[in-house]
Ligand binder design. Sequence first.
Ligand code: NDP
Ligand code: 2IT
Length: 444
Amino acid sequence: MNASKVLDDLKRRFPNEPEYHQAVEEVLSTIEDEYNKHPEFDKANLIERLCIPDRVFQFRVTWMDDKGNIQTNMGYRIQHNNVIGPYKGGLRFHSSVNLSILKFLAFEQTFKNSLTTLPMGGAKGGSDFSPRGKSNAEVMRFVQSFMLELWKHIGPDQDVPAGDIGVGGREIGFMFGMYKKLCKEFTGTFTGKGREYGGSLIRPEATGYGNIYFLMEMLKTKGTDLKGKVCTVSGSGNVAQYTIEKVLELGGKVVTCSDSDGYVYDPDGIDSEKLAYIMELKNVYRGRIREYAEKYGCKYVEGAKPWGEKCDIALPSATQNELNGDHAKTLVANGCIAVSEGANMPSTPEAIKVFQDAKILYAPGKAANAGGVSVSGLEMSQNSIRLSWSTEEVDAKLKSIMQNIHEACVKYGTEADGYVNYVKGANVAGFMKVANAMMAQGIV
Ligand code: NDP
Ligand code: 2IT
C-alpha cells in the first residue's frame, strides 16, 4: 500500500472533507505494515475500496416550526461497509453536521463494530437540525419528516440506526414510531429504544460504562485502578453522564464536565446527588451546564475546554477535535497518566502524538467507546430472539467485550519497548477482520 497516494487520491476526489481525511489518515498510517504482509490485499485494491462508503443518501427535510414557519434541513445516511453484518451506527442531530463529519464517523464505525466481535457493519447518519431550543412538538415534526425519507433505506437486516449527539431516547422513540407506521411491521430496526418497546437494559449506560471498563483494563497493566484518581470529563450528555456514574462507583473523583458553551470545575467532585442534578438539567429541562456552577457555587469557564485543570485521567466525552496538541501538553505536564475517549476522535493528531511520545495510556474512541454499539448489538440479538436479558447479564457481556477489545489492542499494538500503542492495536485488529471478510466475498 502506498498510504500517501491513497490519501492524496481521496483528497482529490472528495475535497473539503477534513474530518474524513483525518480519520482515514490515522488508520492508513497504523495498518500499513500489517497490510503490506498481505500482497493479495493490494491486488484486490482493498484499501481503496474500504476508504469509500458503499453508498451515501442525502435528502431534504422540510418541517413546520411552532410559529408556522417552514424550516428546511439536510438529512443523511452513510452506509459505509456491511461485509461483517448489517449497516449499524448512530444518527447525529447537530448544526455542525455535514458529509465530512458523517463520513469520518461511518468509517470509524466500521472498525469499531468489527472490534466488538459482534456481526455489525458500519454506518452513520443524521441532520444539521439542532434540537437545542426546540419544543418537543418541533422535534417530533422534524423527526417524522426525516423518517419519511430515511425509512426506505433501513431495516432490521439492512441498516439499524441508533443515537449519537442530539439523538437520545426521545428522538429514537419518535423515529421508531414513525418508522413502524411507514413499514407496517414491528421490528428491531432502531437500538436505544425505550424498555417498553424492545430496548435493552444498560444501553443508555453502555458507552460511558464501557469506556471505564476499558480504562480499568489499561490501568491494570500499570498495576493501578481508579481509587482516589482525579478525572476530568468533557461533555454532559449521555456518554459523560454514565462515565461519571461509573467513575464514582469505582472510587474515582470527577472535577469537571462541560457543554458547547463552557465547562464547570468542581474541586469537591461531582457526587451522585450532583450527577442526578446534571441528568435532570440536561435530559429533562435541557438547560446549560453554567446552571450547575450557579447552583453549587463553583467555577464556570465560558468558551473553554476543561483540559487545563489538573487531573490523573482525562475522559473526553463531547465531540471530535475537542482536545488539541496544547491541551495534551498541559495534561501531560500536569501529571495525567491516562486518556480514554468516550467521544469519537476527540483528540487531534497532534494531541495523540503528545500522549504517545510521553508514553502515557491513551485509548482511541473506536476501542474505548465501543461499549455503546456493543450493547446495541446485544439489543439486536434480544429483539431477534424476542427475549430480554437482565441488567446483570447485559453488563457482564459488556464488560467481557471491553476486556476482549483491550486484549486485541494489546495483541496488535504492543511495541518493541513494551508500550501499548492502542491506536495501532485497535486499527489493525478492526481492519483485519473486515479485510478478511472482504477478500472472502469477492469483488462486490
Ligand atoms: P449528547 O448529545 O448526549 O451530548 C453531547 C455533549 O457534548 C453535550 O454536553 C454537548 O453540549 C457537547 N457538545 C456537542 N457538540 C459540541 C461541540 N461542538 N463543542 C463542544 N461541546 C459539544 O451526545 P453523546 O453523549 O451521545 O455523544 C458524545 C460523544 O460520544 C460524541 O462524540 C459521540 O459520537 C460519542 N459516542 C456516543 C455514543 C452513544 O451511544 N451515544 C457511542 C459512542 C460514541 P450541548 O449540551 O451544549 O449540546
Ligand atoms: O458512535 C457510536 O458508536 C454510536 N453513536 C452508537 C452507535 C450504535 O449503533 O449504537
